[in-house]
Design a protein around this ligand. Structure first.
Ligand SMILES: NC(=O)c1ccc[n+]([C@@H]2O[C@H](COP(=O)([O-])OP(=O)(O)OC[C@H]3O[C@@H](n4cnc5c(N)ncnc54)[C@H](OP(=O)(O)O)[C@@H]3O)[C@@H](O)[C@H]2O)c1
Length: 264
C-alpha cells in the first residue's frame, strides 16, 4: 500500500478510522472524509504520527456535491486516487411496523447506497487512470434478511447489486471491486443506530465485548484490498449461512433472528 492514495469515507470513527491507521502504518497517503471534522482531525493526527500523509474533508456522502469535493481534494493534494473505500454508513434498530416516520428508511438508503454511488461515480475516471481499486463495506445484512434492519438490509443489498454489476462492467479495465461483508464488529454504530422514533437508540443491544474487534476486522479488509479480492465474508457463521441459504433459507432466517435476540 506504500504511497497509494486511499480515499476513505466514514473515516472519523469505527472501521474507517482504524482502516486509516492501519494503512498509515503501511505508508499510504490518506484522504479522510466524514461529517465530524474534529474527529477526522484526530484520526489524521494519529495517521501523521505513524509517518503518513493525510488530509481531511468534511463531507456528507448523501450530498453528491460533497462527494465531488472529496475527490477534488484528493487530486489537489496528491494528484491521483488509487483506492476508494466506500465505508460511510448508518444503521437502524427497529421493527418495520414500529417505525414512526418511513423517511428513516429513505435516509438510510441515501447514505448507505447513494453515498457509495456518488463517491464511485466521481472517483471512477481517476481510478481508471491508475488501475485502481474500489471497496464497498456492506454487511452480512447485505446478503440475507435481518429483523430490526429492514431499511439497513435493503441499503446493503442495494450496494451488493450495484458493485457486483459494476465489477462486470469494469472487467478488463484494470479497476477491481472488493466487497466486504462484516458480521457484528465492536464499534459505536449501534449507539448511533436509528430507533423507531427516528432518534439514535444510544445503548447498544449487542454484547459488544463478545463480537469481532475492529482491529481484526480491518486487518482482514487490508488484506482484501492488497489482494484485490472479490469479496470477504467475515465470520464463520456468515460463511456457513450463505452456503446454507442455498438449500435451507428458513434455517438461515432463524439463525439471523436468534443473533438479534441474543445480541451477538
Ligand atoms: N460495526 C458493525 O457491526 C458493522 C457490521 C457490518 C457492516 N458495517 C458497516 O461498516 C461501515 C462502518 O461502520 P462502523 O461500524 O465503523 O460505524 P461507526 O463507528 O458508526 O462509523 C460510521 C462512519 O460513517 C460516517 N458517516 C455516517 N453517516 C455519514 C454521512 N452521511 N456522510 C459521511 N460520513 C458518514 C461516520 O462519520 P460522521 O458521523 O463523522 O459523518 C463514521 O465515520 C458501515 O457502512 C457499516 O454499515 C458495520
Amino acid at each position: 500500500m506504500k504511497d497509494l492514495v486511499v480515499l476513505i469515507t466514514g473515516a472519523s470513527k469505527g472501521i474507517g478510522a482504524e482502516l486509516a491507521r492501519q494503512l498509515a502504518a503501511k505508508g499510504a497517503k490518506l484522504v479522510l472524509a466524514a461529517r465530524n471534522s474534529n474527529e477526522l482531525d484526530e484520526v489524521a493526527a494519529q495517521c501523521k504520527a505513524l509517518g503518513a500523509f493525510a488530509i481531511t474533508v468534511k463531507a456528507d456522502v448523501a450530498v453528491e456535491h460533497d462527494c465531488q469535493t472529496m475527490v477534488t481534494a484528493a487530486l489537489l493534494a496528491f494528484g491521483r486516487i488509487d483506492v476508494l473505500v466506500n465505508n460511510a454508513g448508518m444503521s437502524m434498530w427497529a421493527r418495520f411496523e414500529d417505525i414512526e416516520d418511513v423517511e428513516v428508511l429513505a435516509r438510510i438508503m441515501q447514505v448507505n447506497y447513494m453515498g457509495a454511488v456518488y463517491c464511485t461515480r466521481n472517483a471512477l475516471p481517476h481510478l481508471r487512470a491508475t488501475g485502481g481499486r474500489i471497496v464497498g463495506v456492506s454487511s452480512l445484512a447485505g446478503r440475507t434478511g435481518v429483523p430490526t434492519r429492514t431499511g439497513y438490509s435493503a441499503s446493503k443489498h442495494a450496494m451488493t447489486g450495484f458493485f457486483d454489476s459494476l465489477r462486470i462492467e469494469l472487467d478488463g479495465s484494470g479497476v477491481s471491486v472488493t466487497m466486504i461483508y462484516p458480521g457484528f464488529v465492536a464499534t459505536g454504530i449501534r449507539e448511533n443506530a436509528t430507533g423507531p422514533n427516528g432518534k439514535p437508540i444510544l445503548v447498544s443491544p449487542v454484547k459488544e465485548g463478545e463480537v469481532m474487534g475492529v482491529e481484526e476486522c480491518v486487518r482482514r479488509i487490508v488484506k482484501a484490498i492488497e489482494g484485490r479480492e472479490r469479496e470477504v465474508v467475515m465470520t464463520a457463521r456468515g460463511k456457513m449461512g450463505l452456503w446454507l441459504k442455498l438449500f435451507a433459507p428458513s434455517l438461515v432466517d432463524r439463525i439471523a433472528k436468534r443473533a438479534i435476540e441474543k445480541g451477538r
